[in-house]
Design a binder for this molecule. Structure first.
Ligand code: PRP
Length: 186
């Protein structure tokens, strides 16, 4: 399979430049998979992807683990079509799986302010799982205002607007195979 890997892209009239390459993403996911294999051996975890953004990361992450595991999805929205969080989480799809007594791994593409993940962790804990862990491909640590649990991180990134590999700008750009950052004039 070949991928479209341009150095820069136009998305909804804005210029984005490559920020994390496909090679870097693949290498990091391989390491994360190995770590999850070890930490969840004999635990039969259930990955819960938070749609839409997490779908590509989750697909690659799950294929990098070798232990028996399951998957389900939850859909949230906090950004709408904007570059900044609305400050409110809207639940658009509930999980179907029964998570009581299970080891749950919540999967995000990005933790930014932390609002969505805080909401998800609190929600999961109400279902009495055996454990709740959080993995995110990207973490904007400096932008995180909410007290949120993050157990596994692909990349800590500065406060930039990023696109691709599942992340969108007004719903476009999710299909890009690497991560791009909004180009800011100096
Ligand atoms: C994005 C992203 C996370 C959340 C992170 O979702 O996928 O779920 O924002 O931001 P936060 O830490 O400030 O809550 P978005 O609401 O844009 O929906 P999407 O996943 O459908 O793109």
């Amino acid at each position: 399979m070949s991928f479209y890997l341009p150095e820069s892209v136009d998305c909804n009239g804005e210029l984005f430049k490559v920020f994390i390459t496909k090679e870097q993403i693949d290498a990091r996911i391989e390491l994360l998979g190995k770590k999850l294999d070890k930490d969840f051996e004999d635990k039969h975890p259930i990955f819960i992807g938070i749609l839409n953004g997490a779908f590509i990361f989750l697909a690659d992450l799950m294929r990098s683990v070798t232990i028996p595991c399951e998957v389900d999805f939850m859909k949230l929205s906090s950004y709408g079509d904007e570059k900044v969080s609305s400050g409110q989480v809207t639940e658009l799809k509930e999980i179907d799986a029964k998570v009581k007594g299970r080891h749950v791994i919540l999967v995000e593409d990005i933790v930014d302010t932390g609002l969505s993940m805080k909401y998800m962790v609190e929600k999961m804990k109400k279902h009495n799982p055996a454990s709740v862990s959080v993995i995110t491909l990207l973490h904007k640590k400096e932008a995180t205002k909410h007290d949120v649990q993050v157990d596994y991180v692909g990349f800590e990134i500065p406060t930039k607007f990023v696109l691709g590999y599942g992340l969108d700008y007004a719903q476009e750009g999710r299909n890009l195979a690497q991560i791009y950052a909004l180009h800011e004039e100096e």
